[in-house]
Design a protein around this ligand. Structure first.
Ligand code: SF4
Length: 394
């Protein structure tokens, strides 16, 4: 048993960035998939690989991390939400009044195949900078900025000795009240957290009674919630981090109401507040992972039927170029959206009714606006809820 005087041995997690290192793949499969990897890079690690059940052809973790030949079918945009347009300083995006995004690195613990920032992992991308002085100057001169989101890539891939100065310098800006760290490391490699007391010390130091550190944890499937992941979450919470959860809704990963229900519930049980379920962005290579928007909303609503109030706090939204657009309802003929966050203040809270389009994948696929509201106010298919065992027949 470990005591404070005998620290546990570190768990060495080995990273792979070549399909040749994945012995479970057949050689012809590797050959096909290497063409995908030439365009969209591959990275995983032995911990995350151990979550795959290779006997299951539809394994969700495999779907999440192993390339799919269909990624090459779609020539979508690399920057589907036009993040570039909101870049105000090197590595700094400013879209909403109170909040800026700092891109602090260009690596993750593994690469989700459906990543909306895959452009950052490409050789010719230079959006991320190690020199954050320009970004810090910008934040200092904008007192309305109360929230700074550190993301990338994944800030927790960085060593604490590199991450700490970033957090410290942001914390030194008095009007910044919340520092958010967006990370998938509790899922991809929880040992990054478990084995680094200095990371936890850093959280403890820079989260204060009136200025918090939020960790925005990215979990996509309940299989990722291992004992090690739970330990990592608990350590971050004990260090004082407030934890929230987000996930995109992904074909073959969590587009099943029961899976999504379990994910949201489990997160709430762990004290990780469900925050957003996102529509998959129409980023290049992502169509195969996307679920049509109206179907995705139905899955989200079904998943929430058996959630407690705490587990159903997530919103279903699109990170659109013009703002965060929440899907709020469906009728037989119409779909309703509301700007949850808007890049232009005039749109804030704006409610919109459109003619339904079952083939839509994104807000831009809706053309015909409708000024009157349809009745009845819901077209969710109650029979389907019964079929999924989410509701009794009576
Ligand atoms: S964790 Fe986020 S940034 Fe990293 S690969 Fe996955 S989706 Fe992309």
């Amino acid at each position: 048993m470990n005591t404070p005087h005998t620290p546990r041995e570190k768990t060495k997690v080995k990273y792979f960035n070549k399909l040749e290192q994945i012995s479970e793949l057949k050689s012809d499969e590797r050959q096909t998939l290497n063409k995908v990897v030439d365009t969209f890079v591959f990275r995983t690690n032995d911990y995350y690989q151990s979550l795959i059940n290779w006997d299951d052809p539809n394994d969700p973790i495999k779907r999440l991390i192993i390339p799919d030949a269909k990624e090459l079918n779609d020539k979508g945009q690399l920057d589907a939400s036009n993040e570039h347009a909101y870049t105000v300083a090197k590595g700094l995006e400013y879209k909403y009044d109170s909040t800026v995004i700092m891109l602090v690195n260009e690596t993750c613990g593994a690469y989700c195949r459906f990543c909306f920032r895959k452009r950052l992992f490409m050789d010719d991308n230079d959006e991320v900078t190690k020199n954050i002085s320009e970004a810090l100057d910008y934040i200092r001169t904008h007192p309305e900025i109360s929230n700074v989101l550190l993301t990338g890539g994944d800030p927790m891939v960085m060593s604490t000795s590199k991450l700490e100065p970033l957090v410290r310098q942001v914390r030194e800006i008095d009007h910044v009240r919340i520092i958010r760290i967006g990370t998938k490391m509790p899922a991809f490699n929880p040992y990054r957290i478990i084995d680094d007391p200095s990371l936890l010390e850093m959280i403890k130091k820079y989260t204060t009674p009136t200025k918090k550190i939020y960790v925005v944890a990215h979990f996509n499937h309940p299989v990722e919630i291992t004992d090690a992941a739970i330990q990592a979450i608990n350590l971050l919470q004990k260090a004082g981090a407030i934890m929230v959860h987000q996930t995109p809704l992904i074909d073959g990963v969590n587009d099943d109401p029961l899976v999504l229900n379990e994910l949201l519930n489990e997160m709430s049980f762990l004290g990780v507040t469900p925050y957003y379920v996102f529509q998959c962005r129409p980023t290049a290579g992502n169509r195969t992972f996307s679920v049509p928007l109206e179907r995705a909303f139905e899955i989200f609503e079904m998943a929430r039927v058996k959630c407690s109030g705490l587990a159903k706090r997530a919103r279903f939204a699109m990170s659109h170029e013009t703002g965060k657009i929440e899907v709020v309802g469906l009728t037989p003929n119409q779909i309703y959206f509301k700007y949850h966050r808007s890049a232009q203040n005039g749109n804030s809270g704006k409610f919109m009714a459109f003619k339904r389009n079952p083939d839509a994948y994104w807000f831009d696929d809706y053309i015909e606006t409708q000024n009157t509201i349809d009745f009845p106010l819901s077209a969710l298919n109650v029979q389907e809820w019964v079929d999924w065992g989410l509701m009794d027949k009576s």
